[in-house]
Design a protein around this ligand. Structure first.
Ligand code: GDP
Ligand code: ZN
Length: 293
């Protein structure tokens, strides 16, 4: 019997996508031009036309969307409906905390829960700088999950954090995102084959943004595209909003468009001097602002 109803896009390639139905069926679906492009994570209404194929009749409203701006400034939507953004860091490669802050700003913008994943816990290195930074984020109420993709330690805690919704792992290259995904999605290869089969011949799904249902609930989106992240589409105010500790000072500076550098009547500068705002966070805020120009 052919079905219709609601499903979730697990891979989107342009005008076609693969929709997973409630019973686990993977359906290759077309979208009409008027419907727009469905992306990974979209909730859709579909109508099945053959056992393997169907049509997306409606893309349900997105709670949020992750976009990527390419070097020409064009925006492309990579994924939708993200609940949790997990920023992975490790003792090595040396963490780039401006990048961490950039991801946290993105999470705040998406209204997604953000957490830090400290991977490679098996590497027994005491790293005072890393510990100090982690305390800073802990003080800002970002949960920190410690993992080792090599030993499997802490992976269950990460799985638990992901179980409630749809998550994505982000972070610089080499921190262990793929290794963690392989731990979280043990049947990843089988899944990739099933997706490749469902998409028809000659499709390579591994480079596409892909949603994996997790064994203990929830889902994980693997998106190679998000690894190159710029925030060019955000405004100064949106970036400032992404710094939780700056929020109480919004609108308190003498100048409405104060960038908290050395403007007279700035409310943020004294807070830095009083130790209420970490100077490294303010410095990274300024780095992100400079990128807007
Ligand atoms: P990605 O670029 O973030 O996807 O990182 P990968 O998953 O490709 O991992 C980069 C390197 O770090 C690989 O050589 C992994 O074997 C290694 N690696 C990943 N996780 C761990 C870990 O928890 N502990 C240790 N010691 N090495 C790890
Ligand atoms: Zn100011």
């Amino acid at each position: 019997m052919l079905k219709q109803g609601q499903g979730r896009v697990v891979v989107g390639f342009g005008a076609e996508s693969i929709v997973e139905l409630d019973d686990g069926t993977l359906l290759r679906c077309k979208t009409h031009r008027r419907t727009g492009r469905a992306v990974c994570g979209d909730q859709v209404r579909f109508r099945q036309s053959t056992p393997q194929e169907g049509v997306i009749e409606e893309i349900l409203p997105r709670r949020n969307a992750l976009t990527r701006t390419n070097y020409r400034g064009q925006e492309r939507t990579l994924a939708a409906n993200i609940d949790l953004l997990a920023v992975v860091i490790a003792a090595a490669p040396e963490p780039d905390f401006t990048l961490v802050d950039r991801y946290l700003v993105l999470a705040e913008h998406l209204q997604a829960i953000a957490c830090l994943v400290r991977n490679k816990a098996d590497l027994a290195q005491t790293n005072a700088e890393l510990e100090a930074r982690l305390s800073l984020y802990r003080a800002l109420d970002y949960p920190i999950i410690t993992t080792s993709a090599t030993d499997g330690d802490g992976v269950a805690t990460l799985a638990e954090a992901l179980a409630g919704g749809t998550g994505i792992l982000v972070g610089q290259s080499g921190v262990g995102k793929s290794s963690l995904i392989n731990r979280l999605v043990p049947d990843r290869q089988t899944r990739t084959q099933a997706l490749s089969h469902a998409s028809g011949q000659g499709r390579h799904t591994t480079t596409e943004t892909t949603l994996y249902p997790l064994p203990r609930g929830g889902a994980l989106i693997d998106s190679p595209g998000i690894r190159i992240l710029r925030l060019a589409h955000l405004s100064v105010d949106e970036i400032a909003h992404g710094y939780r500790e700056l929020r109480p000072f919004a609108g308190q500076c003498q100048f409405r468009d104060c960038l908290h550098q050395d403007e007279p009547g700035c409310a943020v500068q004294p807070a830095v001097e009083q130790g209420r705002i970490d100077p490294r966070r303010l410095a990274s805020f300024h780095v992100l602002l400079r990128e807007l120009r």
